[in-house]
Write a protein that binds this ligand. Structure first.
Ligand code: GLC
Ligand code: GLC
Length: 815
């Protein structure tokens, strides 16, 4: 069952009814000011950091679901009837029609009731720290209508964590000012904050409110605010408690008339020595007032929208595919690329599942997200790499997370996730392959942000590799530390206390737990670093890195192979995990993917054997589960993985992030049918028709789909912010379609499903545009056998770097 449809021309997903199984959200903002917005107007806004600079409140885990957002009530002043055109928070008041269009960084929600149509467009313009709500109200009756609009938001007192916990203080700190129809939220501005929020309206006000209790009435909810019911605002000024913003505007609409009202919600900063009007505690508004005036004008709003559209045309224009599969085209050309950019901006901070409070930027997460956006925003990827690398320690170890606002490593979580450092090599390699910008390697980057400790970035990469080599266990495999990619395989933790965090609780000492996953990742990273050393002419280092990769591959073959698949790990006691010897958790997906990505087992058939085991034991119609059999009880020596009920999350859920590794591995061994089949099982657009099962948004990937051991098999959770976005993008574009940036040029190495006659790709690469067409020779099942670059045959499958600005025609034949 579907709840909407894709409008491919507009690049929008159109939701046709408000009661989607879960809130289906979208993101506003592109650089510094952000918000999440659901299909019923729910969500919140923040400036840069979803925890420390939260503008508006949102209550997760609320009942009803998803109440709290950017609401505009419409009231028919003749009858007293009122409703919210976004359905929430007045779902009892039925709408005659409803439509939500989630587009690229904007959302439009339109509906009608009793002949009055209201359409609200939400977006955050480029280069500004504000969001626009453009409300268009049309009177479709054949008589005039006397209407009121009431806007509403609930301010957050900046630090979302404190706001949701420290009530003894924050019930007393709230402060606002209302001047010339603009509501200013200035809690803590009187002391150490130099920033404030504002909420403005383009029309003369009939009234306003800033106290939640005055607006809603005591013991009343957003479904029936007293001010709206009455038809007049109270003119309240909040002193402590819950500051809100609400404007009351009256509209008289002739039959058939449309009126437009603009609301602005924004964030502003003042210079510390000019915070107040001279000699007072009144906010200095000289900087912000012109911004407000400009954005309240309809023509500025129009220009802002056009600029936003052009921004997305530019970002998405660099890679466009035309394949025989519509779901592939739609995801690659629009939605998957969009999701990759969102993960770039958000990391794992703010979604319907991530509260914006808990997690900063992940070291490994950000490096992997980069794989999906580096081709769209290379300069920002460069910046991101330097930020991430600056949180690395001199030992080569890395903070697991850092705060986006301070860019400092997060001490609460600390380090010791032994896969982390290697991801930096993989992120940098992806950047270099895309851009050819070797100068990045010379950039001075500090350790742990300590001024004076700078060394060239290249040295950071060497330390990453050394970090692993200095931490090998009895089988010559890398020690796992707190965890590897799978944060929930905590082999040194041994927690028996409820609520203790598995990742940060003191590890047992003397552990020898080893990870076959990190071993595979090391082989891959060492080969990449060897490639980089080669580019720099550091020949002896190249040889050394290759030898290290070989040696590790040897340890994997010797101690990491279980007979029909790669093992997962050795635990604290040296017992094998992910083996036929185990009663549960016999086979895991991660080492199958990562070892083959590293090139282990390709020549001797182990890779093929492992992939057959994945197909037999892990694959389901909804995707590939993380391991089998699921752990049926808690195992202290394994940690969090066994804390989840079977089929969920890391305990045999379909942890989507890992599936593309298998798609890539299948492509590496040349099995296009299987690779693409796995791709389609996860593709959200291909799952649209089972939305009642999948339940999450059909336009973006989710982190997890419940596995076959779960009663809700097929149900997705944790949509949007997941490495799944980047890896699926890489799997389909670089390995199945096979258009893959490499150090020396653009590789064309498709591995197609049998039914495809070919496909076309337009790809910008280092300033050149490549028009690529791939054709399959009758009955052929292999790889590229013929390559023409501007009509000239080229040996192999590498298209050399072209002239900047040129358009190059590439024809490839699969023979
Ligand atoms: C979450 C984390 C990621 C981890 C994964 C598997 O997605 O953000 O870092 O690799 O879970 O545990
Ligand atoms: C929890 C989640 C896991 C995530 C980790 C991050 O363990 O289950 O997916 O990686 O938290 O801290």
């Amino acid at each position: 069952m579907r709840y909407g449809h894709f409008d491919d021309d507009q690049r929008e997903y159109v939701i046709e009814r408000p009661d989607t199984p879960l809130p289906w959200i979208n993101y506003l903002g592109t650089e510094a000011y952000f918000g999440i917005v659901s299909n019923t107007g729910g969500g919140y806004s923040f400036y840069r950091d979803a925890r420390l600079r939260r503008l508006t409140r949102y209550r997760y885990n609320n009942a009803p679901l998803d109440v709290g957002g950017r609401y505009v009530y419409v009231r028919d002043d003749a009858t007293g009837d009122y409703w919210s055109p976004t359905w929430q928070p007045t779902p009892e008041r039925e709408l005659d029609d409803y439509e939500c269009r989630h587009g690229l960084s904007y959302t439009k929600i339109a509906s009608s009731r009793g002949g009055i149509r209201a359409e609200t467009l939400y977006f955050a313009p480029l280069g500004e720290t504000l969001e626009v709500w453009r409300v268009r109200v049309t009177n479709h009756r054949d008589t005039p209508a006397e209407l009121s609009l009431f806007s509403s938001i609930e301010f957050c007192l900046w630090d979302a964590q404190d706001d949701a916990t420290n009530y003894q203080r924050n019930f007393s700190t709230g402060q606002v000012e209302v001047v010339d129809g603009v509501i200013y939220h200035k809690t803590e501005y009187r002391e150490r904050r130099d920033h404030f929020a504002y909420f403005a309206c383009s029309e003369p006000l009939a009234g306003f409110d800033t106290s939640r209790e005055a607006f809603l009435g005591a013991y009343r909810g957003w479904d029936r605010p007293a001010a709206v019911e009455r038809g007049s605002a109270a003119g309240s000024i909040a002193h402590g408690w819950q500051p809100i913003g609400s404007h009351h505007v009256r509209l008289s609409l002739a039959a058939g008339e449309t009126r437009e009202v603009v609301f602005l919600l924004g964030y502003a900063e003042n210079p510390r020595d000019a915070k107040f009007d001279p000699g007072s505690q009144t906010l200095n508004k000289t900087l912000v007032r012109p911004v407000i005036d400009r954005w309240l004008r309809p023509e500025t709003v129009e220009q802002g929208l056009t600029a936003l559209k052009e921004y997305w045309d530019r970002l998405l224009g660099g890679l466009r595919v035309r394949t025989p599969d519509g779901d592939t085209d739609r995801m690659v050309n629009v939605w998957n690329a969009y999701q990759c950019l969102v993960t770039f901006n958000m990391s794992r901070s703010a979604s319907f599942y991530e509260s914006g409070i808990g997690r900063g930027m992940g070291f490994r997460d950000s490096n992997q997200d980069l794989l999906g956006f580096v081709h769209m925003v290379p300069e920002r990827a460069r910046e991101r790499i330097l930020d991430i690398a600056a949180t690395q320690k001199e030992t080569g170890g890395a903070y697991h997370q850092y705060q986006p606002l301070t860019k400092r490593g997060n001490n609460d979580i600390g380090e010791g996730f032994n896969d982390d450092p290697l991801w930096l090599i993989l992120g940098v390699a992806a950047y270099l392959k895309e851009t050819g910008d070797l100068a990045l390697l010379d950039e001075p980057v500090p350790f742990d942000n300590e001024p004076g400790s700078e060394v060239p970035l290249y040295e950071h990469l060497r330390r990453s590799l050394r970090y692993t080599l200095e931490r090998l266990g009895p089988h010559g495999l890398p020690l796992i530390g707190r965890a590897d990619w799978n944060d929930c395989l905590n082999l040194n933790c041994f927690s028996d206390t409820p609520g203790e965090p598995f990742q940060t609780t003191e590890n047992a000492t003397g552990g020898v737990a080893e990870s076959v996953f990190i071993a595979g990742q090391f082989v891959l990273a060492a080969k990449e670093l060897a490639g980089i050393a080669g580019l720099l002419g550091r020949d002896s280092e190249e040889v050394y890195f290759r030898a290290a990769a070989e040696k590790m591959a040897g340890s994997v073959a010797e101690h990491g192979w279980d007979g029909a698949w790669f093992r997962r790990a050795y635990d604290f006691y040296g017992n094998v995990i992910g083996s036929g010897e185990n009663d549960e958790g016999q086979i895991f997906i991660e080492p199958q993917g990562m070892c083959i990505l590293g090139g282990v087992g390709i020549d001797d058939g182990l890779a093929q054997r492992a992939l057959d085991s994945v197909a037999e034991r892990l694959a389901t119609p909804h995707g590939i589960v993380l391991q089998q059999p699921a752990y049926s009880s808690y195992r202290i020596e394994l940690g969090e993985i066994s804390s989840y009920p079977p089929g969920y999350k890391e305990n045999a859920g379909i942890f989507c992030h890992t599936n593309p590794w298998i798609m890539i591995a299948e492509a590496i061994v040349g099995n296009g049918d299987r690779a693409f089949d796995y791709y389609r099982r996860l593709n959200p657009s291909a799952r649209e028709e089972i939305s009642e099962v999948h339940r999450c948004e059909p336009y973006v990937y989710a982190q997890m789909i419940a596995g076959k051991d779960a009663p809700t098999h097929g149900e997705a959770k944790n949509s949007w912010l997941s490495g799944t976005a980047a890896w699926n993008f890489v799997a389909i574009t670089q390995w199945i379609l096979g258009v893959r940036p490499d150090f020396e040029g653009l590789r064309i190495d498709p591995v197609l499903p049998a039914g495809w006659p070919g496909f076309e790709v337009t790809r910008s690469f280092r300033g050149t545009t490549y028009e690529i067409s791939v054709r399959r020779a009758e009955g052929a099942t292999g790889r590229v056998t013929e390559l023409l670059v501007d009509g000239v045959p080229v040996a192999g499958n590498l298209v050399p770097v072209g002239a900047p600005g040129a358009v190059v025609r590439v024809e490839a034949v699969i023979g």
